[in-house]
Each structure stands twice: as structure tokens, then as C-alpha cells.
Design a binder for this molecule. Structure first.
Ligand code: AMP
Length: 543
């Protein structure tokens, strides 16, 4: 091979913060703290403190490769750990505090965490679990001496006191770019959560991929409100992409209600924000009730579950904010596809654009996707054929941490996402279901998501889930489990008649059951596994 003569530098996460510190030193990082007040500083101060915490961790005995857990909201100290822990060669394990107690114990133990950094909010939670976490050498409470709580936890340290012991002249080490940088566990609706291990290289390239105009289109003109939690796939990679682009960063801490989110969007003149649909539901509800507007916002990124049509309309038509619909998962770092309209689609009128905006979008360079049938035969991009969605690329997992039970990339590195999708001739991918949720009726597939979307399209339905119930003749048939809107009255037949208006006869569910609430998992998604268990004895009236 005739070699190029360019320099080779390992892609280090620390280099992102070094860059921001040097070239965007005065750009602000604003945090709503768990203690209450708003905290402000800049990338220069973040850089200095991240070096101090990296040095302090080394003095505490943390070595390269050791795992350091966090139970924390989005905030400046959590950012310092993102760079301080990974930058030193240790591995940041961002624990999702919404996991059930047994899952929390499982992931902390499975990851092999030695130290846990916790926000004040989660101290009582950890007190309840500490007896079952014998390998944790230190609990570091992320506050100052003044706000340190009384606690039953043993081996407790105060973040600010620990940080003071670190040297701000600490030098970031350079090492193999494929070394692990952070671990995030999948939300685990089936079996135990599984650990996805990101590397310095994958995180840095993902942040570059996320930044491009066909991605999130980031620039130094952006002020980003980062609502998506730092314990959920590195805040969709924006913890790295924001300093990489010199963006102002606004971190909302524990306050996720509409009024608190709006206050930050308004006062910090945010141009971009990212979150799951549930959060935006709360914000648009607040805007409607209060009459408030979004004068500074230009783009809103929505992902994690499908975006309802009414939400796209509301942001774009009522508040003049463009929606970027995105799809991804823990195993894909997470960005897989993002939706922007190609030039020939921009000429269409708004109603014709909407069905395209509802799709999950197109790949960005660095990650490739395909759809295949049950025999792994690649299906065409015709917008009709649907099959198993697979992904591969620089920031797609090659396997799970300490888990040999399966090889998720058996076929030439194509990772099976567990989603079912179509891809149209312009390359727009649309999720039609999860593989395990699709209803297989007499050889045909019925999309549970399509039925759910139609059910919630009825004004009396607040939330709906559709699950497969075994059927003697058709193998499986759909059952709708629905929650009524507060104060609304609706009978089964009325909902079935409503569904019949948009479906072929064989797609119409066999029955409807109304419930007071539906089960949700740790990331707010419907827990269909639980629902299937709840309905394991259910039989159709006609079966
Ligand atoms: P997680 O690993 O917890 O982020 O979950 C990833 C899963 O969430 C994906 O495999 C999809 O099933 C679902 N998901 C993510 N984004 C979207 C979206 N925009 N539309 C529909 N489902 C989505």
C-alpha cells in the first residue's frame, strides 16, 4: 500500500474540550442546579475543572479502564465528569436512575463500578441500595460542603472538596482511540439490561456526524437546551458535539415541566433543543395554556419514539420552529437517521410534506441502514416492502459488554435493531414496528404502531397500546388496550368503527379493553412486555 503522509492523532474525547477551551473560552454553559439556583460558567472554566477532577480521581486510585458511575441530571458537574473520567482513560457509566431497584443493582454490579457520583436527588435511592453494592469504594455527592446532606452512606466524599485536591495543570493522556470511554445500558424491556460500550473514536466520529447540516446542523450560533438526559446515550452525543462546535450549552437539571423548560428556552435564547415526545407534549401544553411563544427557537429535535403528527404541526405552524425527527438507539450511539426535506419535497404543499416528515429520516454519513426479510434477503427501497431494520457503521455496537449469549452482528457486522421499517425511493426510513410487537396474522404483518396512532387519533383516547393475542385460526390477532381522555366517554364499538375507517378488514383489531393506565419503562416508553404478561390469560370473545 502506498501510504499517505498525513499526521495521525488518536481521536481523544479530551481533545474536544481542549478545543472548546482554546477557541470558545467565553462561551457559556448554564445549568439549573439540584440545589436550586442557576449556575453559569464557560468552557474555559469547564476545561480547568475537568482536569482537576481527572487528577483527583487518579489520586483516589482510579486507573485507566476503571468504571466510574454517575446518577445525575444534566448539569455542569456531570459535564466535567464526562470529560474528566473518559479523558483520564477511565470509563464513565451513566446510570439511568429511573431503572427499578433490582436493575440498578444489576447494572452497577455488571459494569463493575468502583466509584459512584450522585446528585443530591438520588442520595436516598442509593442509601436504600448501598448494602447490595459492596464493590463501591466511594460515593461522591455532587455538591459543595454547604449543601452536603446528612446521609447513611459510608465512604462519602463531597464533589467540590474532591475537585479541590486535583491539579488544574493535569495533562490529558493520549492512548489508543479504540479504548472504552463510556457505558450505557439498554433500557431492558426484555431480560436484563445490556451494556453498550462506546469508544473515544466512536464517540468523536459520532459527534462529527451529528454536527453536519444533514444531521443537527450545529454551529457556534446555536444555544442548545439539552433536555435529553445525560444518562440516556450521552444525551444523544450532544455532550460532545456542543463543545466541538462552540455552542452555548443550557442544562435543565431536574426540572422537566413545561414552565421550567420554557423559562430556559426564553431566557437563554435557545435556538435548538432535543428531547423525547413526552417532554414536548408538556411544553406545548404549557404554551397553549399560558399563551407563551418561542421567539428564539429555530429547530427542535424529537426522537426516542415516533413523533405524533399534531406535534409537528404545532411546532411548525403555531410557533415557527422546524421539527427534526430522528431515529436511533443505545446501540447506535444513538443517531441513525434524521429527517430533513430534500429540495424537490420542499416545493410540495404542507399537507403533502407531512407524511414525509412523519418518517424517521435518512442516514447521515458514518452509519448505513438496510431492511431485510426473514431470510436476510435485502428488500427494495420502494416505501412499501417492510422488514427487519439493520444498521452498521463507525458508531454501531459490535457486541454487548460481558455477554456471550448472542452475537448481535452475526451477518457481516449488520446489527439487528429489533425495529421493522420501510425505506422509500428517496431513502426516507419509516419505522412500522418493533420486531417483537408486530402482529403476525395469517401470514400477513399488522403494524401495532399504525393501529396505536389511529386509536389516539380519536379525541376520546389519551393513550393506546396494541398487542398480539394468540388466535386459533390466524396465529395472532390485535387487541387494543386504551386509556380514555379524562372525562371522556367512549364504547368499544365506537373505537373499532373509528379504526375501520382507515384499515383493511383483516387489520381491524378483534377487541378493545379500556384501562386506567398503561405500563411504561425507565425511558418513558410503553412497556409492551409487561402488558403482554398482564394480558397473558386474555382470550378474544370470538375465539
Ligand atoms: P433506546 O435504545 O432506549 O434509545 O431505544 C431505541 C428504540 O426506540 C428504537 O429501536 C426504536 O424502537 C425506538 N425509537 C427511537 N427513535 C424513534 C422514532 N423516531 N420513532 C419510532 N421509534 C423510535
Amino acid at each position: 500500500m502506498f501510504q499517505g503522509l498525513m499526521q495521525h492523532h488518536p481521536l481523544m474525547i479530551s481533545s474536544i474540550l481542549e478545543f472548546a477551551e482554546r477557541w470558545y473560552p467565553n462561551v457559556e454553559v448554564v445549568s439549573r442546579t439540584t440545589e436550586g439556583p442557576i449556575h453559569r460558567y464557560n468552557y474555559q472554566q469547564m476545561g480547568r475543572r475537568a482536569r482537576c477532577i481527572a487528577d483527583a480521581l487518579a489520586k483516589l486510585g482510579i486507573e485507566p479502564g476503571d468504571r466510574v458511575g454517575t446518577l445525575a441530571w444534566n448539569g455542569y458537574r456531570h459535564m466535567e465528569l464526562y470529560f474528566g473520567v473518559s479523558g483520564s482513560g477511565a470509563v464513565l457509566h451513566t446510570v439511568n436512575p429511573r431503572l427499578f431497584a433490582e436493575q440498578l443493582i444489576y447494572v452497577i454490579d455488571h459494569a463493575g463500578d468502583k466509584v459512584i457520583f450522585t446528585d443530591l436527588t438520588f442520595v436516598p435511592l442509593l442509601e436504600g441500595l448501598a448494602d447490595q453494592l459492596p464493590n463501591i469504594e466511594h460515593f461522591v455527592i455532587m455538591t459543595d460542603r454547604e449543601n452536603m446532606p446528612q446521609t447513611k452512606l459510608k465512604n462519602v466524599l463531597c464533589y467540590e472538596e474532591l475537585l479541590e485536591q486535583g491539579d488544574e495543570n493535569y495533562q490529558w493522556p493520549e492512548f489508543d482511540e479504540t479504548a472504552a470511554s463510556s457505558i450505557c445500558y439498554t433500557s431492558g424491556t426484555t431480560g436484563n439490561p445490556k451494556g453498550v460500550v462506546y469508544s473515544h473514536r466512536s464517540s468523536l466520529i459520532h459527534a462529527l456526524g451529528a454536527s453536519v447540516p444533514n444531521g443537527l446542523g450545529l454551529s457556534g450560533n446555536d444555544s442548545i437546551l439539552l433536555v435529553v438526559p445525560q444518562f440516556h446515550v450521552n444525551s444523544w452525543g450532544v455532550t460532545y458535539a456542543a463543545p466541538m462546535n462552540g455552542c452555548k450549552l443550557v442544562l435543565p437539571g431536574p426540572a422537566m415541566d413545561g414552565a421550567s423548560i420554557h423559562q430556559l428556552l426564553d431566557e437563554e435564547k435557545c435556538t435548538l433543543s432535543l428531547a423525547v415526545p413526552t417532554i414536548w407534549m408538556m411544553l406545548t401544553g404549557f404554551l397553549r395554556e399560558s399563551g407563551a411563544t418561542l421567539p428564539h427557537m429555530k429547530r427542535v429535535v424529537i426522537g426516542g419514539s415516533a413523533v405524533p403528527e399534531a406535534m409537528i404541526r404545532s411546532f411548525e405552524q403555531d410557533y415557527d420552529v422546524s421539527v427534526i425527527h430522528a431515529w436511533g438507539m443505545t446501540e447506535t450511539s444513538p443517531l441513525g437517521t434524521l429527517n430533513f426535506l430534500m429540495p424537490h419535497l420542499q416545493d410540495l404543499d404542507y399537507e403533502a410534506q407531512l407524511p414525509i416528515k412523519l418518517k424517521q429520516g435518512k442516514s447521515v454519513f458514518g452509519i448505513d441502514i438496510r431492511i431485510v426479510d426473514d431470510e436476510n434477503k435485502v428488500l427494495p427501497h420502494d416505501g412499501v416492502a417492510f422488514g427487519k431494520l439493520q444498521a452498521r457503521g463507525h458508531w454501531v455496537t459490535s457486541g454487548y459488554f460481558n455477554d456471550d449469549s448472542q452475537d448481535p452482528v452475526a451477518d457481516d457486522n449488520w446489527f439487528d435493531t429489533g425495529d421493522v421499517a420501510t425505506i422509500d425511493h428517496d431513502g426516507y426510513m419509516m419505522i412500522t414496528d418493533r420486531t417483537k410487537d408486530v402482529i403476525k396474522s395469517g401470514g400477513e404483518w399488522i403494524s401495532s404502531i399504525e393501529l396505536e396512532n389511529m386509536a389516539v387519533g380519536h379525541s376520546a383516547i389519551a393513550e393506546a397500546a396494541v398487542i398480539a393475542i394468540p388466535h386459533p385460526k390466524w396465529d395472532e390477532r390485535p387487541l387494543v388496550v386504551a386509556v380514555k381522555e379524562k372525562g371522556a366517554t367512549i364504547e368499544k364499538q365506537e373505537l373499532l368503527d373509528h379504526l375501520a375507517t382507515g384499515l383493511a378488514k383483516w387489520q381491524i383489531p378483534n377487541d378493545v379493553v379500556f384501562v386506567d393506565e398503561l405500563p411504561h419503562g425507565a425511558t418513558g416508553k410503553l412497556n409492551k412486555l409487561q402488558l403482554r404478561l398482564d394480558f397473558s390469560d386474555y382470550q378474544f370473545p370470538d375465539a
